[in-house]
Design a protein around this ligand. Structure first.
Ligand SMILES: C[S@@+](CC[C@H](N)C(=O)[O-])C[C@H]1O[C@@H](n2cnc3c(N)ncnc32)[C@H](O)[C@@H]1O
Length: 267
């Protein structure tokens, strides 16, 4: 994972939040949140941008962000200082591995979400069953789960460059991600290439690091969720809520609800 500061600067947050917050807000509203004190968890929250936006709409909500990277959490806390007291007092950021957290420390959540492929990063070291079992433990009865994950039925291939941005030091910086789904069975090799072009220097500095993301099929996700009585309510292929098509969309967006009875969802 690249440094938290670089992650913050590489992402076009305006674009992302414009497309991602409305759907998160709409899901929260299903819980009648203007009246109720709802508890929201952002899993793998990174710099915490989504939580600070959501807090503006739900002044009674209690929002928690967990991230493995203490650097990300320090950045999230630093960014939170610029918000007014009402917002900053609603949000708590915790550095730590989600797999070693317990609901007895955090309580249960009405809404858990995970964006930016955090789920895939978590599955680098853990089995999907373990992940969803833990998420299930953190969900309150009838709690909602929403996550984004790469669509395994339509694996990306090749190079995906991010637009050039400027780091605080005044360098030009851009990342290239190379996806190679064929290299390893059940794994996609993702290579992050970071390129810095320092001012007044012709030769760019290149850093590359590889990550191996597990390939989890949509039907496997559906099977695991249903084994925990997490009923799939909707699957979208984009943040403007276009119904998911496994042959068309790069990402799967999935909304599920914790039920007491067995789910009969067929993918
Ligand atoms: C690509 S970032 C996404 C951040 C943010 N959700 C977003 O949408 O921009 C993925 C984040 O997942 C976090 N992560 C990976 N494994 C984790 C784990 N086991 N527990 C908590 N966070 C984890 C990483 O530290 C990283 O900040």
């Amino acid at each position: 994972m690249m440094s938290a500061e670089i992650y913050l600067q590489t992402i076009n947050w305006q674009k992302r939040l414009r497309r991602e917050i409305p759907i998160l807000k709409e899901i929260c509203e299903q819980k009648n949140t203007t009246q109720k004190q709802i508890r929201i968890l952002d899993l793998g929250c990174g710099p915490g941008k989504h939580l600070t936006e959501l807090a503006k709409y739900f002044p009674k909500a209690e929002l928690v962000g967990i991230d493995l990277s203490s650097e990300m959490i320090q950045l999230a806390q630093k960014l939170l200082i610029s918000f007014d007291w009402a917002i900053s007092s609603q949000i708590n950021f915790h550095a730590g591995d989600f797999f070693s957290q317990s609901p007895s420390n955090f309580g249960k959540f009405d809404f858990i979400y995970s964006l930016g492929n955090s789920i895939l990063l978590m599955l680098e070291d853990h089995k999907p069953l373990e992940l969803f079992s833990r998420i299930n433990q953190f969900l309150a009865p009838n709690g909602l789960l929403f996550f984004q994950i790469l669509n395994n039925s339509k694996p990306r291939k090749g190079y995906v460059p991010s637009p050039i941005c400027h780091t605080q030091e005044g360098d030009n910086f851009y990342t290239i991600k190379r996806f190679d789904p064929n290299l390893h069975q059940n794994q996609m090799e993702v290579e992050f290439v970071e390129v810095y072009q320092k001012k007044n220097r012709s030769k760019p500095e290149v850093k590359a690091h590889k990550s191996f993301w597990p390939l989890i099929s949509n039907s496997e996700i559906a099977k695991i969720l249903s084994s925990f009585n997490l009923e799939i309510l909707e699957t979208w292929g984009s943040y403007n809520k276009i119904p998911f098509s496994s042959s068309k969309h790069d990402s799967l967006l999935l909304l599920a609800q914790k039920r007491n009875k067995n789910s009969n969802f067929l993918y």
